[in-house]
Design a protein around this ligand. Structure first.
Ligand code: FAD
Length: 418
């Protein structure tokens, strides 16, 4: 199987660094085994890029699920603009590219012997291990918010059953009811996501339960694209969305699911639907394997995404620290490509290429308008550096909806080969 000209161009377009000569070098026979733990945007994109760069590399992707439900566009599912099938991706594209997909979970890593042990008992030897397990939720914050509570007060911060639960509650809300969204502090996936969600829920309520409203309890005092969101809410959903920052008692400290009540430092708030987004940290595997540092996330070397703590292991996607890149699908995809290029270069005894990362996050405001945040990043003096940040929306809002759909199709295709 050869690398297609189209793939070459796509890889080059994403990173700006894959020359024809590099691609030719990458294709020389390299017998190596790469194991990837986690088949989300990061792990899948890395698997695909490795196979496209050099089909002689054996790539095994381990994930407990034989399909992946994307968080991007899941807010649209909440309000009936899409269905869950439309954001469900199979592993077939990866298998077509020659990736071995193992439906299991990596439960232990022996970094001395370079072994990954799966839940079912199989042990996979590796030359390089890529850890891309995403996040875990820090249950217990707010107090009383655990996995059982999330069945009554869904977080819907991982897509699937939780999305369906919250969608059903929104459909059933009484007119005049209150939907609360609680936003945590600390690094989180998709920082603009809660505000896109508030916009779409307000649009849904406006059409179906016009006397209902949305309260955003925010444990922070600022949020991404705050001015543009606030302006859009004012013109589209006047009086329907209220944002309560930390300084105005916005931090939810405790929940009582049986009473549908949220407690802040100074009050109790009985609501009809409670969407509690808990604080986040890297998934369990990253912590067990010793890849996370004291402050919780996984430090990496930005040219290769190799762990700063354990050699031969790379960490990509939401689990790693790649500030100022956001924890987003497009950042995960860009990191995955760089990681794949760096692994192939290292196997061939070459230096990793110089990266240029692009990231874009779209937020739908209503079916006919959207806004976006674009960022470009490079690496200087061993640190990821933001080169440019651009914001679009408002005047070009309708075009942004088409761009958001195009972006979604492209990132799914580019990460999963479907
Ligand atoms: C509501 C919402 C909307 C969003 N919208 C956007 C958007 O518009 N644009 C955007 O760019 N980003 C968006 N994001 C963010 C995006 O979803 C994440 O940044 C992205 O999914 C990160 O990819 P990942 O591969 O690192 O992690 P994940 O997507 O979480 O994938 C991790 C995978 O690893 C698997 N795994 C975990 N542990 C193990 C183990 N031990 N062994 C094997 N497998 C394991 C999991 O099952 C999972 O499949 C959104 C997020 C949310 C919550």
């Amino acid at each position: 199987m050869g690398i297609s000209r189209r793939t070459l161009l796509q890889l080059a377009a994403g990173t700006g660094i894959l020359s024809r000569a590099q691609a030719r070098q990458s294709r020389t026979g390299l017998k190596a085994k790469i194991v990837i733990a986690g088949g989300g945007f990061a792990g899948a994109a890395c698997a695909l890029a490795l196979r496209r760069l050099n089909p002689s590399i054996e790539v095994t992707l381990v994930d407990p699920d034989d399909r992946y439900i994307t968080c991007p566009m899941s807010n649209a599912v909440l309000v009936g603009l899409r269905d869950l099938d439309s954001i469900t991706v199979s592993r077939r594209g990866l298998e077509r590219a020659g990736v071995i997909c193992a439906r299991d979970r990596v439960v232990a890593i022996d970094t001395q012997r370079r072994h990954a042990r799966l839940g079912g008992g199989v042990v996979l030897g590796y030359d390089r291990l890529v850890v891309a397990p995403g996040i875990r939720f820090l249950w217990g914050t707010p107090q009383g918010y655990d996995e059982a509570a999330s069945l009554t007060m869904p977080h819907a911060w991982s897509a699937g059953v939780q999305t369906q639960l919250l969608a059903a509650q929104l459909r059933a809300i009484r007119d005049g009811g209150v939907v609360a969204i609680s936003v945590p502090t600390g690094p989180m996936r998709c920082p603009p996501g809660p505000f896109e969600r508030a916009s779409l829920i307000a649009g849904f309520l406006q059409a179906n339960k016009p006397r209902a409203k949305v309260l955003i309890f925010d444990a922070n005092n600022r949020f991404p694209r705050q001015d543009t969101f606030t302006e859009a809410w004012h013109s589209l959903y006047r009086g329907m969305i209220e944002w309560i920052p930390m300084t105005e008692d916005g931090g939810v400290v405790r929940v009582a699911p049986a009473e549908m009540t949220l407690y802040t430092a100074n009050g109790a708030h009985r609501v009809d639907v409670a969407n509690i987004i808990p604080p986040q940290a890297p998934a369990e595997l990253a912590v067990q394997a010793g890849l996370a540092s004291d402050h919780g996330w996984c430090p990496i070397k930005p040219l290769t995404f190799e762990s700063q703590l354990i050699g031969g292991v790379h960490v990509i996607g939401d689990a790693c620290i790649a500030d100022p890149m956001p924890k987003s699908a497009s950042a995960a995809n860009a990191q995955a490509r760089q990681c794949a290029l760096a692994i192939v270069a290292s196997l061939a005894g070459r230096e990793p290429p110089t990266p240029r990362f692009e990231s874009v996050c779209y937020s739908l405001l209503q079916p006919g308008s959207a806004l976006s945040i674009h960022g470009s990043f490079d690496v200087a003096a061993g640190e990821i550096r933001q080169l440019q940040a651009e914001e679009h929306g408002a005047a070009t809002a309708r075009q942004e909806v088409r761009n958001a759909e195009d972006w979604y199709r492209h990132i799914v295709n580019d990460s999963f080969g479907v």
